[in-house]
Write a protein that binds this ligand. Sequence first.
Ligand SMILES: Cc1ncc(CO)c(N)n1
Length: 233
Amino acid sequence: MTFSERIWPKVEPLWATYLDHPFVKGLGDDSLDPKKFQHWLIQDYNYLIEYARLFAIGAAKAPNLKIMQTFTDLLYGVLFDEMDGHREYAKEYGLSLENIENTENAEVTTAYTSYMLNVSQAGNVENVMAAILTCVWSYYYIGHELAKKEDATSQPHYGSWIETYSNDDYKELVDQSITLMDELAAGKPERELEQLEDIVITTSRYEYLFWDMAWNQENWRTPDSFSHSSTSY
Ligand SMILES: Cc1ncc(CO)c(N)n1
């Protein structure tokens, strides 16, 4: 059994909860409050900057040239293709990239990216790929599911979001990631496989929190008496 085959039944029930989350439902039926989408966009843009570092760590830790090329390919995809999409949304909403980049990461964004960077730096290349897997794959899981609705991708507000994460180019990127994960995990002892599973499960929990953070437009939970906030949008 491949790693992706053994992890699927463990994460699919978690991912299914994303489909029930009002943020994701709002993308699906195009009813999402644009303010909530903008909160996601701003946090996700900054998330992607940290997330991109994972691919660079993967390239640095790659055991051979082919794997180095794969990580670099995926890195390019995040920094240019995926983030270009975000830059287009920013333009549509009149948000300046400078303001977005200067916005403080929310509590959840900080926790999620710090966790991924930590397990990646502490371990070998398979840890890096395990930290990436949920991000890449669960967005396709959502995009693919939402795209099943007739005309979903041509809806005026969030149709392009659904298109981005369900199209064939994105699927290819997901397949490439799953294949690499399976190659890296093949033949590893059970104890190590369980550690990799933990990473995929923990990131799956963070994904839910990220949707919830965007829905609630959260930054940091702080005591009422502590009013510091450098959020600048
Ligand atoms: C939080 C999050 N997870 C996954 C993706 C997909 O790359 C994304 N853009 N944002």
